[in-house]
Design a binder for this molecule. Sequence first.
Ligand SMILES: [Mg+2]
Length: 235
Amino acid sequence: MCLDIDDTLVDFSAAGQRALAALIGRADMWPLWERVTDRHVALVVAGELDYASMHLRRTQCFLGELGVAADAEYVAGFEKRRKEQLRLSWRLFEDVLPCLDWLRAAGVLLAAVTNASGNHQRAKLADLGLARFFDHVAIAGEVGVAKPDPVMFHSVCAALGCDPAEAAHVGDKLQTDAVGARDAGLEGVWLDRYDVAGDEAADELPDGVHVIAGLDELPQLLVSEFARIGVPAPR
Ligand SMILES: [Mg+2]
């Protein structure tokens, strides 16, 4: 079982919003921050930037859009304070520990699969007490490819010693996580915590993608739908 980290296990958007608001003194700039971030993450995935330079360029660009003319020193200081704030703000979703406990008790091998940068994610897993649950941690910057590239999912399966058909991946991004996993031959599960899909959109979902509203629904899905993964029924 592969699990995405940000906004799947860790309420990353809420933490990011709190950290940013604390630094700039206003809470309404998160959508801008996300847009600027998406543009810059695309450059990392395309191999044009490493994460450290991306974080600085992203922050400089964001501050520029706010009308703050920031030199390199100011940007570096802002980014350092933002990361400190962020680290104080990380929280797990409430359904995470029960789900991971259940999966471990059922003997399922677990991998964390993330597109964010390595040191940051390892610190996050350690801070939140999650490191002990995972047999493998796959970080895009270290693997050299990112979700939804099938190579990312296949490298995780190889590390766990299983066939893609024996694996499932759960994440909050429909295309990056669920569709990407499905296209790589795994079971793809979209964690739609905020009911983005809505009831009426159910038949517009991509074929073969499973949807859950919380990780508390994952054990049931494993037992009922993913028999080929071979999970024993919960006791
Ligand atoms: Mg995510």
